[in-house]
Design a protein around this ligand. Structure first.
Ligand SMILES: Nc1ncnc2c1ncn2[C@@H]1O[C@H](COP(=O)(O)OP(=O)(O)O)[C@@H](O)[C@H]1O
Ligand SMILES: CC(=O)N[C@@H](CCC(=O)OP(=O)(O)O)C(=O)O
Length: 284
């Protein structure tokens, strides 16, 4: 798209009210593994996040990486197993999970942001004892349920001008490490940080009534309707922890949660800087 200088200037001017609304506000972005499709799309997501920081917002990124964990498990001869969208995690799976999330994906995101002139710091929920967890369900092994979040490390990173990039791993009693669904971390963190918005980037247009029909997208869901959608099996699989995390975030004070399509270039900016209202919005 070739825009004239005048058109470019008017786009900037139209963004001003949004920049003002979000100035110095925290926006938690969950960047899901299924949305990390190719390098080009990754670059556009990263540039959007860098731009948010440049205009004075405080983006906090929680990343996933489920498909890469499954890929490595298979390479090592282990078959991934999920119950209600959560990975059954034995000790070896936990090691693989930490290696892929913190050792690979977190490092990649930090490098990409740094390349765009903004500095990022990569941590997991174990750093500074940030995310305290307990076992969620013995059936799931080392899958954690968040008990407590200490945001002081994130506050410090943000105050110093860096973007925190967080791997969804928590710590428990006796030095235990827990695998926590990234949506759950993002939702709870958004609430604990008093974020204005939670944005979940995934690989579908949003929540759909019928997944085979993209025009059946539900643009607004109120928390009171969520249980019905799950009971009627309209929402299933990986969408369950996603919608649950939106529920938690908005009932704990986050104004709005959005599930948006990371395959659409600049979906975060369209969500924040325009009235287009892409994806599914969740409010109380
Ligand atoms: N009603 C629904 N609308 C859209 N997607 C749904 C729905 N119910 C279940 N899903 C599934 O949820 C998936 C998104 O969750 P997940 O694969 O865990 O994504 P991510 O890796 O981004 O966290 C979709 O790809 C789709 O298969
Ligand atoms: C307990 C649990 O399921 N943890 C997730 C953590 C990563 C994640 O959530 O990645 P996505 O956002 O890409 O799905 C997992 O092991 O896959």
């Amino acid at each position: 798209m070739n825009l004239s200088p005048c058109q470019k200037a008017s786009i900037l001017i139209e963004s001003l009210p949004y920049i003002k609304t979000f100035y110095n506000q925290t926006v938690v972005i969950k960047y899901g593994g299924n949305a990390m499709i190719n390098d080009e799309l990754k670059q556009t997501v990263i540039k959007d996040i860098a731009l948010m920081k440049f205009v004075g917002m405080n983006p906090v990124v929680v990343h996933g990486g489920g498909p890469e964990i499954s890929h490595m498990m298979k390479k090592l001869g282990k078959e991934p197993k999920f119950i209600d969208g959560l990975r059954v995690t034995d000790e070896e799976t936990m090691e693989i999970t930490e290696m892929i999330l913190l050792g690979k994906i977190n490092r990649q995101i930090v490098s990409l942001i740094n390349e765009n002139g903004i500095k990022a710091v990569g941590i997991s929920g174990k750093d500074g004892g940030m995310i305290q967890a307990v076992q969620k369900d013995p059936k799931l092994g080392l899958v954690g349920e968040i008990k407590k979040i200490d945001t002081s490390l994130i506050d410090t990173i943000t105050e110093k001008g860096y973007i925190p990039i967080i791997s969804p791993i928590g710590c428990g009693e006796n030095g235990k490490t827990y695998n926590i669904n990234a949506d759950e971390v993002a939702g709870r963190l958004a609430a604990a940080l008093g974020a204005k918005k939670l944005v979940l980037i995934t690989d579908v247009k949003g929540v759909m009534k019928d997944q085979r029909d993209t025009s059946s997208i539900i643009s607004h869901i109120k928390t009171a309707e969520i249980r019905k959608y799950i009971e009627e099996e309209i929402i299933g699989g990986g969408m369950i922890p996603k919608i649950q995390c939106c529920f938690d975030a908005v009932t704990m004070g986050v104004e709005r949660a959005h599930i948006i399509d990371g395959r659409k270039p600049h979906s975060i900016l369209l969500e924040i800087f325009t009235n287009e209202g892409i994806g599914t919005m969740i409010t109380t």
